[in-house]
Design a protein around this ligand. Structure first.
Ligand code: ZN
Ligand code: ZN
Ligand code: FE
Length: 762
C-alpha cells in the first residue's frame, strides 16, 4: 500500500447480512482508530474508511484474516479514495426493499458462547431453549422476505423486553442487531402436548419429553425446519415400534448426540468426520458404527455404518442432556409427505406415529431437512443438501441473461432459481410421487422466488416427458421452457460448481435417466460443455423387467442380463436362491415379450445385478440398499479386476458387463467368498471406468474429467476412480458442494440453460 494512502473504499460480497458483519466492521474501525461508514448497496456491502495508513493496513489484514464465524467473503475489492475528513464510524440503514439475488443465511447450529450461557445457572438465559446471537441460530427457516429484519421473520410475534432491547442496540454486544434475539421473558415458549393433542400442564416440557422417551415412547419434536420423530436410541423395542409405525423397513435412522465425546461412543470417527460433525452447519455424518456401541441394532440394522449428528439447537442440547443418551431423530413425515411444520400438521400427519409432542410457538416459515454427508478420503460427499447449506448460492460459470428456474428431476428433487451469475439451489424437497410433495414444491418455489426477488422468465426441465417436475414446468408462467438431458445435467452440475465452462469428459453413473434414443440411460461417458454433449460411450443395454420396480428387486436386473447371455447361447446361469421359481418364470416371459421392459444402460442396476448374483441382496428395502450392502461387504478387502471390456459399436464404445457377471457367478459357485467378490466387482468397475475415461480424454485432448450421478455416493468406487485418474495425470472434478445424486440435477439444468441462453444472446 503506498504511504500516501489514507482513505479506502471497499466493496464486499458474500454472506454479509444478518451475521454480525456491520458491528464487526464498526469494532474493527474503532480498534484501528479509523473514521468512515458502512452501507448495503444493490450488489454488495460498501465500506469507506480513512485515517492513519498503518491503521488502514491493520484493518485490511484483519478483514482478510478473522471474520465472524458466519461471514463468508466471496469477493473483496479495495480502491484508493479521496479523503473526506471522517473521524467517526457510522452504520447506514439497511436497504428498505429486497434486492434480487441477495444472499439469505442458512440455519446455523448453536455457537460456543450461547452454549456456555445456556448452561450457566447465573445467566439470564439459563436453560432457555431459544437462545441465539448474531453468530448462530435460525435464519432461512424463519425469514419471510428480505432484507433480513425482525419484522420480516416469524420472530415478529415476540416483542423484545427492555433487557433484550439493550443488547440489540449495543454495538459492543454479541446480540447487536440480532433479529432472533429473545429471552425467557419475551421469547417463544415450549410446551408438551399429549397424544390426544392436549397441552400437558407441567413446569418443564423438556423433562416431560425426556421422561416419555426414557419410557420407550415416540415423541415428535419441533425443531428448526420442521418436526422430527424421536425415540431412545438404545431401546430396541422403541426403535422397532418407530419402524413399524413409520412403515420404514430397512432404511437407517440417524441419532442425535450431545457432544463429540458422545459421538465417539456411537461411531469410529476419522479426523475429517469429527470436523464435519462439529462444524456450524451440523450435518448428519455417516460413519462406521463403533464396535460394542449401545445403540439399538435396528437403528441401522447390519449396514456397518451409522448416521450421527451433534445437538445443534439449544432445545436439542437440553433434550439430550435430560435423556442422558443418544436419541434417534428422523424426519417427522409419513413416507411421501413433506415434513410437518406446525403443531396442527404434526397432529394430523403424525397422529398414528407419535405418543407426544414437544413443541413451541415460533412459526416455521420454511421447512428444511437435516443435511447428510459422508467422507471419502477426507473429502465430503454430500448426500442431502439442506439445513446449514441451503439456500446459499452457487456460481454459474456462464451468467444467465434472464432470470430462470430449473425445476429438477422426479426423485430427490431440488429446484434452482438463478439470476445473473448466482444459482440458489432449494433445500432437498424429496421424491415428487405424491400430490402433497408437489404442493410442497410449489410452496417452496413461491417462497424462494419471493425471498430472492426472482421472477423467472425461462424454465429448464428434464427431457423425461412424465416426470412430475416436467408437468410443474409446463404450468409455470414463463416465456420459454428448455429441456435438458439428465446425465448432461449431472456432468454440468459438477463442472459448474468447479467454475468450469469448457469441455470435459463426463462420467455419469446413476439409476435411470431419460435418453435421447428413447432408452433408459445410466452409465454414460460424455464429451460435454455447458451448452451440449456427445455420448462417446456407455454401458451395454440390457432389458430392465418392471422398469422402476426393478430398482427395488435387484434380481430383476440380474435376470435382464441373464436373458442376454441366453440369447448368446449361454445356459441359464445365475442362482437366485430365495426367489420363487414361478415368479422368475413370469419375469422371464415378461422379458421375452418385452412387456414393460425398457432397455437400460444403468450402472445402478448393474450394482443391483451383482448384489443379486452374489446373494448379497435380492430385494432392496430402500433405495440403493443393494449397492450399499455391496460396498459394506467389500470393506477391508483389496479386490482384483475381473474381465470388463469395451466393444466398439456403431453407437460408440460400449462397456460389456456380461463377462464380469459370468466371472462373479462362476467364482461364487466354486465357493469363493462373496465379500472378496464384492471387492473384485468394485475394482473391475473402477478400473474400466478410469481406463475408458482416460482414453476419451486423450482422444479429445482434454485433461479434466467430471464424475457425477448417484452411484458415486459409493465412497469406495469414487476413491478408486479418482486415484486412478489422478495417477494418470488428469484433474478430476468431483461433486463437493452438491450431492452426486439427483439433488444436483436442477443446478446442472440451470448452468446449461444459462449457457445456452447466453449463446443465443451472443
Ligand atoms: Zn450464538
Ligand atoms: Zn427478552
Ligand atoms: Fe440421476
Amino acid at each position: 500500500m503506498p504511504d500516501a494512502t489514507s482513505a479506502l473504499r471497499l466493496h464486499v460480497s458474500g454472506v454479509v447480512q444478518g451475521v454480525g458483519f456491520r458491528p464487526f466492521i464498526h469494532r474493527l474501525a474503532a480498534r484501528h482508530r479509523l473514521g468512515g461508514w458502512i452501507r448495503n448497496t444493490d450488489a454488495d456491502v460498501e465500506i469507506a474508511i480513512e485515517g492513519d495508513p498503518a491503521g488502514l493496513d491493520g484493518f485490511i489484514q484483519a478483514l482478510r484474516g478473522h471474520v465472524p464465524p458466519l461471514v463468508r467473503i466471496d469477493h473483496l475489492q479495495i480502491d484508493v479514495a479521496p479523503r473526506e475528513g471522517l473521524v467517526d464510524f457510522t452504520i447506514g440503514e439497511s436497504a428498505t426493499h429486497g434486492l434480487p439475488g441477495q444472499v439469505v443465511t442458512p440455519d446455523i447450529g448453536i455457537c460456543a458462547d450461547c452454549e456456555r450461557e445456556l448452561l450457566d445457572p447465573h445467566d439470564r438465559r439459563y436453560r432457555y431453549p431459544f437462545i441465539t446471537c448474531t453468530n448462530c441460530g435460525p435464519r432461512y427457516s424463519v425469514i419471510d422476505s428480505m432484507p433480513y429484519d425482525r419484522e420480516r421473520t416469524s420472530m415478529r410475534a415476540f416483542v423484545q423486553c427492555p433487557a433484550c432491547c439493550r443488547e440489540y442496540e449495543d454495538i459492543g454486544d454479541r446480540r447487536y442487531h440480532s433479529e432472533t434475539n429473545s429471552c425467557p421473558a419475551c421469547g417463544p415458549r415450549l410446551g408438551y402436548v399429549d397424544a390426544r393433542g392436549d397441552l400437558v400442564a407441567c413446569a418443564d416440557p423438556v423433562a416431560e419429553a425426556a421422561r416419555a422417551l426414557k419410557s420407550g415412547a415416540i415423541v415428535a419434536v419441533r425443531g428448526l425446519g420442521g418436526f422430527h420423530l424421536a425415540v431412545d436410541a438404545q431401546c430396541e423395542t422403541a426403535v422397532a415400534r418407530l419402524r413399524a409405525r413409520k412403515r420404514r423397513d430397512g432404511k437407517p435412522f440417524a441419532v442425535l448426540v450431545r457432544s463429540l465425546d458422545a459421538a465417539e461412543q456411537v461411531a469410529d470417527l476419522s479426523a475429517a468426520e469429527r470436523t464435519w460433525l462439529a462444524m456450524a452447519e451440523r450435518p448428519i455424518v455417516i460413519a462406521p458404527r463403533a464396535q460394542g456401541s449401545e445403540i439399538a441394532r435396528s437403528v441401522s440394522l447390519d449396514l456397518g455404518t451409522i448416521g450421527v449428528m451433534l445437538a445443534y439447537t439449544p432445545l436439542h442440547i437440553l433434550l439430550t442432556e435430560a435423556v442422558g443418551r443418544p436419541v434417534v431423530l428422523t424426519s417427522g413425515n409419513p413416507s411421501g409427505l413433506p415434513l410437518a411444520a406446525s403443531l396442527a400438521e404434526a397432529l394430523a400427519n403424525l397422529g398414528d406415529i407419535a405418543d407426544g409432542y414437544l413443541t413451541h410457538d415460533r412459526e416455521i416459515v420454511a421447512r428444511v431437512d437435516d443435511s447428510v454427508v459422508r467422507l471419502a478420503d477426507a473429502e465430503p460427499v454430500i448426500l442431502r443438501r439442506a439445513r446449514g447449506f441451503a439456500p446459499l448460492p452457487l456460481p454459474l460459470p456462464v451468467a444467465s441473461p434472464v432470470a430462470l428456474v430449473a425445476v429438477g428431476p422426479h426423485l430427490k428433487n431440488t429446484f434452482t432459481v438463478a439470476t445473473g451469475g448466482h444459482a440458489f439451489v432449494s433445500p432437498h424437497i424429496g421424491d415428487l410421487d405424491t400430490l402433497e410433495a408437489e404442493e410442497h414444491w410449489v410452496a417452496t418455489f413461491s417462497s424462494l422466488r419471493r425471498l430472492f426477488g426472482i421472477e423467472p422468465r425461462v424454465a429448464a426441465r428434464d427431457l423425461h416427458p412424465e416426470y412430475s417436475s416436467t408437468r410443474l414446468a409446463a404450468v409455470l408462467p414463463v416465456e420459454r421452457v428448455l429441456s435438458v438431458q439428465h446425465h448432461h445435467a449431472h456432468i454440468a452440475a459438477v463442472a459448474a460448481e468447479h467454475g468450469v465452462r469448457g469441455r470435459v469428459i463426463g462420467v455419469a453413473y446413476d439409476g435411470t435417466g431419460y435418453g435421447t434414443d428413447g432408452h433408459t440411460w445410466g452409465a454414460e461417458f460424455l464429451v460435454a460443455d455447458l451448452t451440449g454433449y456427445r455420448r462417446a460411450g456407455h454401458l451395454r443395454y440390457a432389458p430392465l423387467p418392471g422398469a422402476d420396480l426393478a430398482a427395488r428387486t435387484p434380481w430383476r436386473a440380474a435376470l435382464g442380463y441373464q436373458s442376454l447371455l441366453e440369447r448368446e447361447g449361454e445356459p441359464a446361469t445365475f442362482a437366485f436362491n430365495g426367489v420363487e421359481r414361478s415368479t422368475l418364470e413370469v419375469v422371464r416371459r415378461q422379458i421375452d415379450r418385452g412387456v414393460n421392459c425398457p432397455l437400460a444402460s444403468s450402472m445402478g442396476r448393474l450394482f443391483d445385478a451383482a448384489a443379486a448374483i452374489l446373494g448379497i441382496c435380492l430385494e432392496s428395502r430402500f433405495e440403493g440398499e443393494a449397492a450399499i450392502r455391496l460396498e459394506t461387504m467389500a470393506d477391508g478387502k483389496a479386490g482384483v479386476a475381473l474381465p470388463f471390456d469395451t466393444v466398439e459399436t456403431d453407437e460408440g464404445v460400449v462397456l460389456d458387463p456380461l463377462p464380469l457377471l459370468l466371472a462373479l457367478s462362476e467364482a461364487r459357485r466354486r465357493g469363493r467368498d462373496a465379500a472378496d467378490l464384492a471387492a473384485d466387482f468394485h475394482q473391475s468397475i473402477a478400473v474400466a471406468t478410469a481406463r475408458l475415461a482416460a482414453r476419451f480424454a486423450e482422444q479429445e485432448g482434454l485433461d479434466q474429467i467430471a464424475l457425477g450421478g448417484g452411484v458415486f455416493q459409493n465412497a469406495r468406487l469414487l476413491r478408486t476412480v479418482v486415484r486412478d485418474l489422478e495417477r494418470r495425470g488428469f484433474a478430476v472434478l468431483r461433486p463437493r458442494q452438491l450431492p452426486p445424486n439427483d439433488g444436483a440435477i436442477s443446478y446442472g439444468q440451470a448452468a446449461i440453460a444459462a449457457a445456452r441462453l447466453a449463446l443465443d444472446d451472443g
